[in-house]
Write a protein that binds this ligand. Structure first.
Ligand code: HAM
Length: 441
């Protein structure tokens, strides 16, 4: 039997409806924050992701890279690089009046990681990138957008960790301090950390193997190496977060897993008893150098990405189901093959009027068709036998009240409408447990 590839998932039915709810919510929130959707390719030339001297695990160990003739392509492991590539390629930096460019995206990303709960090889991210203006207000705004989303999803067990990596000068001073500190301890570190020590000692702090060791805990802290401008920038970000009443904690050890960050970095960690684990639901930060790297002007950006599977998982763990089973307004039941074409016509008429309708197409027994009515929780069963056909009518059974009557085809929509008070959006069927799905009792 063929099997799904490790670390990937199929979604169907109710699960897809949960994704749609999440996507709708994301579109609402990004719209009120003034972000526009962008769609970039799922694969890019490898050099878009694998930039000079990149020391991150994502780039060095986890990318799905393949060659096509004499060039190399990579399935995107994240969204930021492709968006900055596109921002520069399309010269979106050209008109200062249109900056910052506020962009959001949703879609699949690919990383060859060890699959586990909440960690997949194909996963989806929702992300935002705000490029072209450097202001602590925008760092705070990004965090606020992510926070608004998790709150709207009912995720309450969330902690936002923030830190700063400062500007180039501060980071150089800090890297030197880390090299000096770790040099006598090299033998105690894992093989990856020995490489990180040479390439980018900041990465040492992010090591899953050595991270918990005491030498890591006692390592120099970035905050002691920030120059005045970098410290002031971080103070402003914190001030904005305080003004927005967004709870956060300073996390000296937070350096993030990707190499492009400068100044503010953040991670929203959700804790779930149900999952017995902690997961980063969204994470990001500022990047001063990426636009220039891709051939644009000196221009800073800030953004974050959220794992959509994790958002759904955490929302559900806190009791937000996100979607209910799709029910029908009407199920149409032709009682013989001679009635099928008319039944299709009536079903189409219902659909054109906005009713969710389906019909039997297999010539099944009345009993089997009523099972479908039950299964789909249809509000109306429309029975079309040859007698009704000859009279130009259809029998309409309102399931919650069991009321039924023959209605002529021209009056069918008015009749169905009459069960819903369209203007008040209140169901008038009289059933206290109304399942019509059009309004409240
Ligand atoms: P990241 O921290 O690598 O950052 O990923 C962001 C989020 O994607 C994580 O917090 C997590 O929720 C989700 N995620 C990452 N890997 C997986 C996985 N294997 N399975 C499920 N979910 C996962 C970035 O990707 C940056 N591009 C964020 C950013 C945007 N920074 C600035 N702008």
């Amino acid at each position: 039997m063929y099997q799904i590839a490790q670390g990937t998932q199929d979604f169907m039915g109710l699960n897809c409806r949960k994704w749609q709810t999440l996507e709708d919510l994301i579109r609402q929130i990004t719209t009120v924050y003034g972000y526009q959707e962008v769609r970039t390719p799922i694969f890019e030339y490898t050099e878009v992701f694998k930039r000079d001297n990149d020391s991150s695990d994502m780039v060095n160990k986890e990318m799905y890279t393949f060659s096509m003739g004499d060039y190399s392509l990579t399935l995107r492991p994240e969204g930021t690089a492709g968006i900055v590539r596109s921002f520069v390629e399309k010269k979106l930096y050209g008109n200062p009046a249109e900056l910052p460019a506020k962009m959001y995206y949703m879609g699949p990303m690919f990383r060859h990681e060890r699959p586990q709960k909440g960690r997949y090889r194909q996963f989806s991210q929702f992300g935002v990138e705000c490029i072209g203006v450097k202001s602590p207000l925008l760092d705070a705004e990004c965090i606020a957008l992510g926070y608004t989303l998790v709150k709207a999803l009912g995720i309450s067990n969330i902690k936002i960790h923030i830190n700063t990596l400062g500007d180039q000068e501060s980071r150089d001073a800090y890297r030197n301090a880390l090299r000096e500190y770790f040099a006598p301890h090299l033998e105690e570190l894992c093989a990856d950390c020995k490489r990180r020590f040479e390439q980018n000692p900041l990465r040492l702090l992010d090591c899953k193997v050595d991270g918990p060791k005491e030498i890591m805990q006692n390592a120099p802290k970035m905050r002691d190496y920030l120059n005045e401008a970098s410290a002031a920038y971080f103070e402003e970000v914190k001030k904005c977060l305080d003004a927005l009443e967004i709870p956060y904690e300073i996390d000296d050890g937070l350096v993030r897993g990707l190499d492009y960050y400068t100044h503010t970095v953040f991670e929203a960690i959700a804790t779930s008893d149900a999952l017995g684990s902690q997961l980063a639901v969204f994470a990001g930060g500022r990047y001063d150098d990426l636009v220039k790297y891709f051939g644009g002007p000196e221009m800073s950006g800030v953004g974050f990405a959220a794992g959509m599977e994790r958002l759904i998982m955490m929302a559900e763990a806190e009791g937000n189901e996100l979607a209910t089973v799709q029910t029908l307004d009407a199920y149409v039941m032709p009682l013989s093959t001679a009635c099928q074409a008319k039944a299709l016509e009536l079903t189409t008429m219902l659909r054109s009027n906005g009713y969710i309708a389906d019909m039997d197409v297999q010539g099944r027994s009345m009993k089997a068709m009523f099972k479908s009515v039950d299964r789909t929780q249809a509000t109306f069963a429309l029975i079309l036998g040859e007698d009704e056909m000859n009279a130009g009518e259809v029998r309409v059974k309102h399931i919650p009240t069991q009321e039924q009557k023959n209605v002529c085809w021209e009056e069918l929509i008015d009749h169905i409408d009459s069960f819903y008070d369209i203007t008040e959006n209140v169901c008038t069927c009289g059933n206290p447990n109304c399942t019509c799905g059009k309004g409240e009792n």
